[in-house]
Design a protein around this ligand. Structure first.
Ligand SMILES: [Zn+2]
Length: 344
């Protein structure tokens, strides 16, 4: 065995590897040179035949060749694997540009559209937009808005209670205390959000719906201010002046409390399907913020007062689109949902 054998083996390997075109061929080459009966083993076995003065150089050259072969085989393997993957991707034709295009496009949910419109209107009137948690404490949802334990109003709202004593908020008012503490005593804030009621579902009742609540706190605020903001919002939303009326209402967090109705914008008060022939649409529970609610938010009710109002986005969508079943809004019925694009 001589040093020239090593050089010859290197030349033959260079030639072999340059011709490899598949992983199977590469494996053949690997076995030929690095296998148990491969050429490198062959050379190693004949190490003892090498003259003593050449043993050192011989050993180094064999090792260098072995390393070179191992590295080049591994590099070639990676290259072949990448080519194979690329070919597979090409064959699956993930994007076939020759197929006819389905031109149906998605759209925002009607509730999202109306929420954005209403929020933009209030923002233009200088309101800050806030958010609230969906999981709330009993204190924030009830006590802080003047609904103490055993208050009959708690029975009006069937609540989803959680095992840790917290609850899914039944009203956007659950954020009121925190917001008044953050922004009060002089503020204009709206806070849209999703609320939950443990209710039987029917055409008019859902267990999950979307509301917006607004509060305005300052000095010498009156019901006239409340009516002004609501009328301005309705005018911007329906693009015309809308008459409103107040009826007495009952909410623990406001005193006095009102139900605000809007003259039906579709029939102008004559009576139609949308307004159930009454000429009026129930729109917005509202009232002057109860002194207890201000007190619990650290605001002195002797010095400051304000109003609060609620709006239901689901109801607004139903009014705007003549939808007669609220359950469609939480359904995934594409046949129904895709019609809203043109109606909103
Ligand atoms: Zn009407």
């Amino acid at each position: 065995m001589e040093l020239s054998n090593i050089t010859e083996n290197e030349k033959s390997f260079d030639c072999d590897i340059s011709k490899v075109a598949s992983l199977a061929e590469l494996e053949e080459i690997r076995l030929k040179y690095l296998g148990k009966k491969g050429l490198i083993q062959d050379i190693m076995a004949k190490f003892r035949e090498v003259p003593v003065e050449q043993k050192r150089e011989f050993g180094q050259k064999v090792n260098a060749l072995k390393n070179k072969i191992e590295t080049e085989i591994e590099n070639k393997k990676q290259l072949l694997l990448t080519e194979q993957i690329n070919k597979e991707i090409e064959n699956t034709k993930m994007f076939d540009y020759s197929l006819p295009v389905d031109t149906k496009t998605g759209s925002l949910h009607p509730r999202t559209i109306i929420q954005k419109q209403v929020v933009d209107i209030f923002k233009n009137m200088g309101f800050v937009v806030e958010d609230g948690n969906e999981v709330e404490t009993e204190y924030n949802n009830f006590e802080s808005v003047n609904v103490p334990k055993n208050h009959p109003a708690r029975d009006m709202q069937d609540t989803f209670w959680l095992s840790n004593g917290e609850l899914l908020k039944t009203q956007t008012s659950a954020a009121q205390n925190r917001i008044l503490r953050t922004y009060g005593p002089v503020c204009k804030v709206i806070f849209p959000g999703r609320v939950f009621r443990n209710e039987q579902l029917d055409a008019r009742h859902e267990n999950t719906f979307f509301q917006l609540e607004g509060v305005v706190v300052g000095k010498n605020i009156t019901v006239a201010n409340l009516i002004y903001f609501e009328k301005a919002m309705l005018k911007a939303l329906f693009k015309k002046d809308i008459e409103v009326r107040l009826r007495p209402g009952f909410f623990p967090f406001t005193e006095p409390s009102y139900e605000m109705d809007a003259k039906c914008p579709f029939c102008g008060g004559k009576g139609c399907h949308t307004c159930g022939n009454s000429g009026w649409l129930e729109l917005c529970p509202c009232g002057m913020i109860h002194p207890n609610v201000l007190k619990m938010a650290g605001i002195d009710p002797e010095e400051y007062n304000g109003f609060a109002f609620g709006l239901g986005f689901d109801r607004l969508v139903m009014i705007r689109t003549n939808l007669d079943d609220i359950r469609y809004l939480n359904s995934n019925n594409l046949k129904v949902m895709s019609q809203f694009k043109t109606k909103m």
